[in-house]
Structures are given as structure tokens and as C-alpha cells.
Ligand binder design. Structure first.
Ligand code: PLP
Length: 412
């Protein structure tokens, strides 16, 4: 079946999908959920694991569970599971805090590795990345220069004073994938370091941090890694930097001997020095369970399915809704496209609300972008068909103009 034929056979594609067993690992319902790029669906193993943690580990074991159930090593153990999805060594990733805090810490750590004081970033980076840099700027004052440039100008903006290049690997709005290999190499050639935000990459496509010689990376775990709302974020630091990094958000669990209660901070060996406070045991346990699903499926197969889904969606939208003023903002080149499709429309908010009323859930990013996420572990080809048919009906009937779709909610 040619993917771009007008009425593609979704059932055939679903029946021959090599990943179809993966969907059975998730709690599914009749909702066509196209928002795994914001909050992933819940794997079925997670509630069981949370019950076990609540009853046996917390409820009965209490404080002894730090050792008995190895809670104390959860940040590193869960980090090891993420490592294989992002091309890192198991000893190069830890999990804890939010992406925002990890961005701040990793950026400040990078400044400790070089005397340079100039940071280059994408002016359209996710706001929290920019705000973390602003916070650092307020702390360090005019001694720190932050260059916000268009993503396409980043390579030109790197110079011999550049300490760090901080970029999102995949743009949260357009799903554009940046060339990690090239940007990292060019930054290194100029003597700088790189920090990649992998929030829209981890679990969606293969990332090769060590193959690209990346210095530092962070990412959230509640999108394609399905860790649950507010799941803790990860930090990667290349092994070559471990003993040189002096953490800035330094806390007792990053100390080499936390239970010595030493008044002076002495960093732990290796990646553990990037830990700060007490691990988020409940959230880490949920994330640990959800990551076990990935171990049964091949990340290359996930990427292939993700591209087929997003490619089909783009083709079908153009063929069936071409006259309604939708503009595909995501790259058509599959190499440069992440796992969601961004579609601009001046009435995007109301149109998305009309879809959500039909239990087809994407999201909206101001000023005019509808985002449709395709999480390859649990997405079906049928979801593309249902969503495009609903969009066609919503536009043909004009139902999106109803008053109830106009008022903006706080979360979009
Ligand atoms: C690129 C990027 N970075 C960071 C975040 C979120 O950071 P945090 O985990 O601190 O909420 C998001 C959330 O969508 C994101 O898209």
C-alpha cells in the first residue's frame, strides 16, 4: 500500500505493524491520543509497580527500603535505562529534578569547565531553556553574554569566545531536528562545549550522544518515555568530564559520603556528583517501570514507524483538507522531522477544541500552532485516518466556529 494513496488502508498497516504488540503494553481507551509529545500514555505495568512501592516498600518497609529495595540507587539505575536510548554509557546518566533545574545546573557546570563566558542558544528555544539562562545571567551579571540567535544562524554565531552552545535537539514547536553531529563538532572546533535538551527526542528516535561526542545533555521523561506527569528529568555528562565537574546545585546526595554529614561538599565520583537532594522515589519507580517497555522493542523500528505515521498524516491532511488553509510547519524531509507534526492555522485553537470534543487529542501552542504527536509505541495507523477525517468534517461543516470552542483554557 502506497502511504500517500488517497484512502490508505489503515487496518492493513496496523495488522502488519511490527510494533503492534507494543500497544498492548499501554492503558488504551477509545480516545485517539495524539499528545504523547506532551504527556505519554501510561504503561500497564506502572500502576502495579506503584502499588508495590506504596504497600510493600513505603507502607511496610518504610526507611529500611532505602537499602532493601535499593531506593538509594534509583537515580543511577533509571539513568542507566535511559542511557541506552540516547547513546550514552550506563554510568553517564542520572535522573532527578525537573529539566529546568538540570538545565541550570548543567549550564553552570559547563561554565566551570572553561574560562569563557559566552553562551549561544536558539532564540526560539523552549522558554524554560531561555529562562534558565536568564537566571544565570542575573546571577553572573554583565560578565556573562548570552547570544540568542535563529537556529539557522547558530553555526555562524559560534566563535573563539563561546563557552557553551545550548540547543534543543528537536524544536518543541516545529519538530525540526537539528544536526547534533555537525553542531557539536563545529562547537568543539571553536573550543566550546555543547549542551543538548533531548526532551522531544528521548524515546522518539535514536540519539547517539557519545557517537556525536556530546558534552552534556538533559531531557524530560514524561513525553515519549511515558514516565508520568511531573516525572523527574535526566542529566547526561560525558565520562571525560566527570572528575572535572563541580556541581552548582550541589546537594548532600552528590557528596562522596552523604552519611558522613560533612559540612564541606566533596563531590562523589562519577555522574553521582550531579545528584542533589533526596530521590523522587514514587516518580522514579513509575518511570523505571515505564522504561522497561522500551527494552522489548527496537528504537530503530520506533523511528521507522514514527516517520511513517507523521509522513502519512502530512500527506492525508494535504490531500483531504488542502483547501482549508492549513500550513504544515514541520519539515517534510524525514531526516529533519521529529515525532510530531505542527500545523499552523489562524483558528487553530478552536479547531483543536472541536477535535478534543470528538476525543481526538492534540494540543495547541500560541500563536497559531496545532501539534499532533505520534508516539510510535502505542499509536495506530488508524489514528491518522480518524484524525484527518474528523478535521475534514470540522472544516467542511464549520462547527469549529461554535462559541464553546473560543474561550482559552490556562493549559492548552
Ligand atoms: C524542550 C523542552 N525543554 C524542557 C521542557 C520542560 O521542562 P520541565 O521538565 O522543567 O518542565 C519542555 C516541555 O515541554 C520542553 O519541550
Amino acid at each position: 500500500m502506497k502511504p500517500n494513496s488517497r484512502h490508505f488502508a489503515a487496518e492493513e498497516l496496523d495488522a502488519s505493524d511490527p510494533l503492534r504488540a507494543a500497544a498492548a503494553e499501554f492503558v488504551l481507551d477509545d480516545c485517539v491520543y495524539l499528545d504523547g509529545n506532551s504527556l505519554g500514555r501510561m504503561p500497564r505495568c506502572v500502576p502495579d509497580r506503584l502499588r508495590q512501592v506504596a504497600d510493600a516498600e513505603w507502607g511496610a518497609g518504610l526507611v529500611s527500603s532505602w537499602l532493601q529495595y535499593d531506593w538509594i540507587n534509583l537515580p543511577a539505575r533509571v539513568g542507566g535505562r535511559i542511557a541506552r536510548l540516547v547513546g550514552a554509557g550506563a554510568d553517564e546518566v542520572v535522573v532527578g529534578n525537573s529539566t529546568t533545574v538540570n538545565l541550570f545546573n548543567a549550564t553552570a557546570c559547563a561554565l566551570g569547565l572553561t574560562p569563557r563566558r559566552r553562551i549561544v542558544t536558539d532564540e526560539a528555544n523552549f522558554p524554560t531553556d531561555l529562562y534558565a539562562l536568564d537566571g544565570l545571567q542575573r546571577l553572573l551579571g554583565p560578565g556573562l553574554t548570552i547570544e540568542r540567535v535563529p537556529a539557522g544562524d547558530v553555526l555562524r554565531a559560534i566563535d573563539g569566545n563561546t563557552a557553551l552552545v545550548l540547543l534543543s535537539h528537536i524544536d518543541y514547536r516545529t519538530a525540526t531536528v537539528l544536526d547534533m553531529m555537525r553542531i557539536t563538532a563545529e562547537t568543539h572546533r571553536a573550543g566550546g562545549l555543547v549542551l543538548w535538551d533531548l526532551s522531544h527526542s528521548a524515546g522518539a528516535l535514536p540519539v547517539d550522544l557519545n557517537g556525536c561526542n556530546v558534552d552534556l545533555a538533559v531531557g524530560c521523561t514524561y513525553k515519549y518515555l511515558n514516565g508520568g506527569p511531573g516525572a523527574p528529568a535526566f542529566t547526561f555528562a560525558a565520562r571525560r568530564w566527570h572528575e572535572k565537574i563541580r556541581p552548582v546545585v550541589s546537594g548532600w546526595l552528590g557528596h562522596k559520603a552523604p552519611f558522613a554529614f560533612d559540612p564541606v561538599f566533596e563531590p562523589a565520583a562519577g555522574i553521582r556528583r550531579l545528584l542533589s537532594g533526596t530521590p523522587e522515589v514514587l516518580a522514579l519507580s513509575a518511570l523505571d517501570a515505564s522504561l522497561s517497555v522500551f527494552e522489548r522493542f527496537d528504537i530503530q523500528a520506533l523511528r521507522a514507524k514514527s516517520l511513517q505515521l507523521t509522513g502519512l498524516f502530512i500527506d492525508q491532511l494535504e490531500q483531504r483538507c488542502g483547501k482549508y488553509g492549513f500550513e504544515i510547519v514541520s519539515p517534510r524531509d524525514p531526516v529533519r522531522r521529529g515525532s510530531h507534526v505542527a500545523v499552523a492555522h489562524e483558528n487553530g485553537y478552536a479547531i483543536m477544541q472541536a477535535l478534543i470534543e470528538r476525543r481526538i487529542v492534540g494540543d495547541f501552542r500560541a500563536p497559531n500552532l496545532m501539534r499532533f504527536g505520534f508516539a510510535p509505541l502505542y499509536q495506530r495507523y488508524r489514528d491518522v485516518e480518524v484524525c484527518v477525517s474528523a478535521l475534514e468534517e470540522i472544516m467542511r461543516t464549520g462547527v469549529w466556529q461554535a462559541e464553546r470552542f473560543r474561550s482559552r483554557a490556562f493549559v492548552t
